[in-house]
Write a protein that binds this ligand. Sequence first.
Ligand SMILES: NC(=O)c1ccc[n+]([C@@H]2O[C@H](COP(=O)([O-])OP(=O)(O)OC[C@H]3O[C@@H](n4cnc5c(N)ncnc54)[C@H](OP(=O)(O)O)[C@@H]3O)[C@@H](O)[C@H]2O)c1
Length: 156
Amino acid sequence: MIGFQGQLPWHSKKELTHFKKTTLGFPVIMGRKTWESIQTELQGRINIVISKSYKKSPHENVKLFHSIKESIEFCERELLKKCFIIGGSEIFKQTINFADEMIISRMKNEYPGDVFFPVIDFSNWEDTSQIDFEDFIVHTYIRKEKLNEKVFEADN
Ligand SMILES: NC(=O)c1ccc[n+]([C@@H]2O[C@H](COP(=O)([O-])OP(=O)(O)OC[C@H]3O[C@@H](n4cnc5c(N)ncnc54)[C@H](OP(=O)(O)O)[C@@H]3O)[C@@H](O)[C@H]2O)c1
């Protein structure tokens, strides 16, 4: 579970700090609903919002794309070495098949939720590191087999 009533289900300052440290300096790609839940630029990162309904960018420092594919192509064109898909569920579902790495914070407590992370076949992923924080554990999963370029099928 990753969301509840349009927001994060938990309040964890340390998890937000970990998120910032991890993503700082890289583009962050998010769905329109995730943007609406934060509604503020994530400083020090190129903020990218995916939406078909928005006709113009919701913020001067946010880049709007109408498909995931266009956003990834933008990152490639700009020679950005990596980008982070930061949610929500709809965007994760469409991108997980071409991600090389997943950095997942698993919260230790239980929370109510109405939005879920996609079902993953973890046998395709190696859990390469676990960092233990007070209220969550950060796992870094690396895809076991390198992806063929053709796997890139976002928005289909
Ligand atoms: N725990 C976490 O790490 C985490 C991270 C992020 C978000 N969240 C939570 O997740 C929830 C939001 O997730 P969500 O799944 O409901 O929404 P979302 O993925 O953030 O946004 C969905 C919207 O993205 C746009 N979209 C999706 N696929 C598209 C495509 N292929 N082409 C163009 N536009 C596309 C559509 O916008 P339009 O309708 O405008 O076309 C769609 O309505 C919130 O509760 C948030 O707090 C949790």
